[in-house]
Ligand binder design. Structure first.
Ligand code: HEM
Length: 155
C-alpha cells in the first residue's frame, strides 16, 4: 500500500461511521438516485443484476462498513478480492470511480445534513473513499491484464 491515511481522517471516519451506518439505507438510496442519472453507469448495474439477481446495495454497504476497518485494513483483504472479481466480471473501470465518489459524498450530506456532514467530514470520507478506490483500481487493472493475456494465448 503506497499511501497511508492521515490519523485525522481515520479518527473522523471512525467517529462518523456509526451515523452513516444508522442512516445507511437512506444514504444508499440517495446515492443510487444520483448515480443512475448516468446511463452508462446504470447499464453496468442492470447487467450485474441480471447476472446475479441481486440489487447493487452491497456497494454502498461495503463503503459504509469500511469505516469499521479503517484502522485495520488487513481485515479487508478477502472482501477486496471479492469486489475485484465482481467488478472485473461486470466491467467496472477506473473512470467509473469518480461517479461513485460524486454520488456518495453529496448523498451523505443530503441525508445527514450540513451540521453533521461538515466539510471536514466529507473531506475525510472523500480521502477514505479514494484510498480504497485506488486499491481496487490497481488490483482490477492487474486482473484485466491477466485476463487479456490468457485470452491472447487462446487465439
Ligand atoms: C470504493 C469503491 C467501491 C466499493 C467499496 C465497491 C464495493 C462493491 C461490493 C462489496 C460489491 C459486491 C461484491 C460481491 O458480489 O461480493 C460490488 C459489486 C459491484 N460494484 Fe462495486 N464498489 C466500488 C466501486 C464501484 C464502482 C465505481 C462501480 C461502477 C460505477 C461499481 C459497480 C459495481 C457493480 C456493477 C457490482 C456488481 C453488482 C451485482 O453483483 O449486482 N463499484 N462493489
Amino acid at each position: 500500500m503506497a499511501r497511508t491515511l492521515s490519523p485525522e481522517t481515520v479518527a473522523i471516519v471512525k467517529a462518523t461511521g456509526p451515523a452513516l451506518q444508522k442512516h445507511g439505507l437512506a444514504i444508499t438510496t440517495r446515492m443510487y438516485e444520483r448515480l443512475f442519472i448516468f446511463a452508462e453507469i446504470r447499464d453496468l448495474f442492470d447487467m450485474a443484476a441480471q447476472d446475479s439477481g441481486e440489487q447493487p446495495r452491497r456497494l454502498a454497504a461495503a463503503i459504509l462498513g469500511y469505516a469499521q476497518n479503517i484502522d485495520k485494513l488487513e481485515n479487508l483483504t478477502g472482501a477486496v478480492q471479492r469486489m475485484v472479481v465482481r467488478h472485473v466480471e461486470t466491467g467496472v473501470r477506473a473512470e467509473h470511480y469518480p461517479y461513485v465518489a460524486e454520488a456518495l459524498l453529496p448523498a451523505i450530506r443530503d441525508v445527514l445534513g450540513e451540521a453533521v456532514a461538515t466539510d471536514a467530514v466529507l473531506a475525510a470520507w472523500g480521502e477514505a473513499y479514494w484510498f480504497l478506490a485506488d486499491l481496487l483500481i490497481a488490483a482490477e487493472a492487474e486482473r484485466y491484464a491477466a485476463r487479456a493475456n490468457a485470452e491472447s494465448e487462446l487465439v
